[in-house]
Design a protein around this ligand. Structure first.
Ligand code: ADP
Ligand code: ADP
Length: 542
């Protein structure tokens, strides 16, 4: 394998692979004979935001437990493990020396945001206020609550708030504490782009103004790019070994990661690059119509949320991206298409059979993955299903596990597979990127696209990861308005005009990286930002 996957290559093409040199040395930690080994450690830096980019299961949590002083890294010697003094010897003369010395002396306090916020309600009984009140160690809690707009849910029970609210509460709880080193394991799942940018700013403030060390694992590359000062790439074979590189510049780190080749390490981590279209794809008009719908309005009652949708056409065979902030009526529209919600005005006489993957996945059946998926489709286990669904979604390894034992990323992949395996007219996926690493996002995007092409299926995808949307969508439907109050949606439109409308609502422009053409968020008010706004080109270069 190339070092990314332990299974069969999902890209069907592996020739290379030089094993990393580090593997000749002792690891920083090995859990046991033939167990997972971690090579290299990230280096927290005062006043800096350090990013980690790499797949799930590659040892990021292990590294942080070491840096938090929760476990002594055994240097590969699990039989007679060293103590902190021995470890300090090993790191003497390296950039980690001072940090390890502080850990040994018990001088490092760490505050952490866990990866899977969905697990918090199972661990905490009470409302948001009660969860947050013990965290206010810096006297900044009210500010964080205000900036992250948590106010409205302060008196709600933790088990009744949405995933996006839970994510913001968990981030506030982490940032409110007094610590030397803050570790945030994914900040974007369930948040819309505006919320992602706010969280990124708050993390930056803590580094810039309080001189704290911030370490962030993130798979939304546009946000990681914006947020971090430097970047460690983590690569290897998930579950077997992981290598954390020395820090790189964020730009080079992300470029190398996408290119699939780490320059300094002389290491190929993927057979082919991940590429983005610099110029807007040409609109295709050949497709047949799946459904035509008139102008539609819906209100949940006097003074409640209301939505206006401009009539439009959904095409057969397309992947229609749906973008817009949280709470703007995207799910409301989907429910009307599915016929489970009646519009007030406009006859949505489409009665489409919809297969739906919700944003928050509640799978609590005590059932094995294989039993669950075979109960959905007769195709289960066929070579077509294996090639098109199971392999790109990396399901082989988890087939025999119970649904209840899956991690968030595993559950997401099973839910995408379940949604696509059902027979329907329209497949609607709400935030398929949540908890998937970059590799998994790319593979899920290509599986969804291939599925739409081969099955002549129509797919609608709601997502907030711009890179994912770029890889996925043929056209866009843009929602805008005042969240929780009023939403508006225009007709589905071509990628260029859709991106322009969506990003102008957000007041964000993207430039293209000179080397690899990937989209990067412009600094507000920079020359490019102003130029592009003037020209009305927010995303694609001309
Ligand atoms: P990440 O945070 O990158 O997802 P982790 O550090 O959590 O990765 O885990 C890396 C690997 O180490 C996984 O394969 C995991 O199963 C294994 N692992 C984690 N903790 C232990 C442990 N206490 N004993 C043995 N293996 C472990
Ligand atoms: P999105 O999918 O864009 O996040 P939704 O369509 O789920 O938005 O919700 C839009 C707004 O409508 C939100 O403020 C939500 O709280 C509100 N809402 C959703 N369902 C109902 C309902 N059954 N009754 C009243 N308000 C609702």
């Amino acid at each position: 394998t190339c070092g990314i996957c332990v299974e069969k290559c999902p890209f069907d093409a592996i020739e290379i692979i030089n094993l990393p040199q580090e593997l000749d040395d002792d690891p920083a930690h090995r859990y046991g004979e033939n167990a997972f080994s971690l090579y290299g450690l990230p280096i927290p830096e005062e006043g800096k935001v350090t990013g980690i980019l790499g797949p799930n299961g590659i040892g990021k949590t292990t590294a942080v437990r070491i840096l938090a002083g929760e476990m002594v890294p055994n240097q590969g010697n699990h039989e007679s493990p060293p103590d902190w003094d021995d470890v300090l010897e090993r790191y003497r003369g390296t950039e980690l020396q001072d940090y390890i010395a502080a850990v040994r002396d018990g001088d490092v306090k760490v505050s952490r945001k866990p990866q899977y916020v969905d697990e918090i309600p199972g661990q905490f009984d009470g409302n948001t206020r009660e969860l947050l009140e013990h965290t206010d160690e810096r006297g900044e809690l009210d500010y964080l609550i205000d900036r992250m707009e948590i106010g409205p849910v302060m008196d709600q029970d933790i088990d009744s708030i949405s995933g996006g609210e839970l994510q913001r509460v968990a981030i506030a709880a982490c940032l409110a504490r007094e610590a030397d080193f803050y570790f945030l394991d994914e900040i974007t799942p369930y948040l819309d782009i505006g919320q992602r940018m706010t969280v990124a700013r708050l993390i930056r403030e803590l580094a810039d103004e309080e001189n704290k060390s911030m370490l962030v694992v993130e798979h939304d590359l546009a946000i990681l790019d914006l947020l971090a000062d430097s970047l460690h790439i983590a690569y290897g074979s998930p579950g077997a070994y992981g290598v954390v590189t020395p820090p790189k510049s964020v730009r080079n780190g992300i470029n190398e990661y996408l290119a699939g080749y780490l320059d300094n390490e002389n290491m190929r981590i993927r057979p082919s690059p991940i590429e983005f279209e610099e110029h807007a794809p040409r609109p295709v008009n050949r497709a047949q119509t799946l459904a035509e719908y008139p102008d539609v309005t819906k209100s949940y009652g006097e003074g409640e949320f209301s939505l206006d949708v401009e009539g439009g056409t959904i095409r057969k065979n397309e992947v229609l991206g749906i973008v817009g902030p949280n709470g703007i009526g995207k799910s409301t529209f989907a429910k009307m298409l599915a016929g489970s919600l009646e519009p007030d005005e406009g006859d949505l006489d489409v009665a489409l059979d919809i297969s739906y993957k919700p944003q928050y996945i509640d799978i609590d059946q005590p059932m094995r993955v294989d039993a669950f998926l075979s109960s959905i489709t007769d195709q289960f286990g066929s070579s077509y299903w294996d090639t098109e669904i199971a392999q790109p979604l990396q399901l082989e390894r988890i087939m025999e596990q119970n649904l209840t034992d899956l991690s968030g990323g595993e559950r997401q992949r099973v839910a995408i597979a379940a949604c696509l395996s059902d027979s329907a007219d329209l497949y609607l996926l709400d935030e398929p990127s949540a908890h998937l690493d970059v590799e998994q996002r790319v593979q899920a995007a290509s599986a969804i696209r291939r599925y739409a092409e081969q099955q002549s299926a129509t797919v609608m995808v709601i997502d907030h990861d711009i890179y994912m949307m770029d890889l996925l969508a043929d056209r866009l439907m843009v929602f805008d308005g005042e969240p929780a109050e009023h939403g508006r949606a225009g007709q589905p439109q071509a990628m260029r005009s859709g991106m322009n409308e969506f990003l102008s609502n957000l007041d964000i422009t993207f430039r293209r990286d000179e080397r690899v053409g990937r989209p990067r968020i412009n600094k507000p008010e920079s020359q490019l930002d102003r130029e592009q706004k003037r020209e009305g080109e927010y995303y694609y270069s001309l």
